[in-house]
Design a protein around this ligand. Structure first.
Ligand code: 6GU
Length: 239
């Protein structure tokens, strides 16, 4: 998969995509992330990238021409058609379901806004989808784009080692993950739940499922409300 990112801070995206699972996926040739700076498409001496908003008021809007020309250069750099996403708090909330769908596409273009964002006509002409990563305000789209790159990149075939794969189970099945423990079996005066030392794999699986159900009920009842629980899950949850 290829991901091209339009950003005033390409070094931020480069750094985020160079480490961990995503960095390794790039080294393995499973994913290619490239950042593009619209400032390189300005023609004035000051390389200006912001303009005052029509109608007045505080804040600035990103300049139309450099953004349009940068996007054109990005599109021309590869033959695969790109699905173009503007990351903005005005977008639809990103979910693991949408992440799975995006991960199956051959190419994404992510547009990061700064200041008050981009001209509405640019959204109409160039953007396929607007996405938000949550109900809080960031000073720019770069952190949100890094979130999209990470969530989508780790789902590329071969990106996760066995050691990482277990973590995939949690949100994927609609529940929060169970607690995890490692050695020593007594730490800070607390023991490991005995079932995990029992060697009884069926009992361990049941305990983990029960923990997932229980903490989802406590912490994210909204997630449970949207699920239909099996009879076995009902018994684990209700006792
Ligand atoms: Cl995608 N961008 C910005 N600037 N803030 C956000 C966001 C995106 N998602 C949540 N807050």
């Amino acid at each position: 998969m290829r991901i091209d990112v339009l950003t005033l801070f390409p070094e931020f995206i480069d750094a985020a995509a160079a480490v961990g699972v995503i960095g390794r996926a790039q080294q393995r040739g499973l994913l290619a992330v490239r950042a593009w700076n619209p400032r390189d498409h300005t023609h004035d001496n000051y390389r200006r990238i912001d303009e005052r908003p029509f109608g007045g008021g505080p804040g600035m809007v990103m300049s139309n021409q450099p953004l349009r020309d940068c996007l054109a250069a990005m599109r021309a750099a590869a033959s695969e058609p790109a699905h173009t996403i503007y990351v903005t708090p005005q977008g639809a909330r990103l979910t693991q379901r949408r992440v799975r769908e995006l991960a199956a596409l051959p190419r994404l273009i992510l547009v990061c806004g700064r200041y008050e964002g981009i001209d509405e006509r640019l959204i109409a002409a160039e953007i396929d989808e607007e996405l938000s990563i949550g109900d809080y305000v960031l000073s720019g789209g770069e952190l949100a784009a890094a979130v999209v790159i990470d969530a989508v990149g780790r789902l590329q075939d071969g990106a996760l080692n066995d050691a990482d794969s277990a973590a995939q189970d949690s949100f994927e099945n609609g529940l929060l993950d169970c607690p995890h423990y490692t050695r020593p079996d007594e730490f800070e005066g607390e023991s490991v739940p005995p079932v995990l030392l029992s060697g009884d794999h069926a009992a361990i699986a049941r305990w983990r499922r029960q923990q997932s159900l229980g903490r989802t009920w406590l912490r994210r009842p909204d997630l449970l409300a949207r699920m239909t629980l099996s009879k076995a899950d009902r018994v684990l949850l209700d006792g």
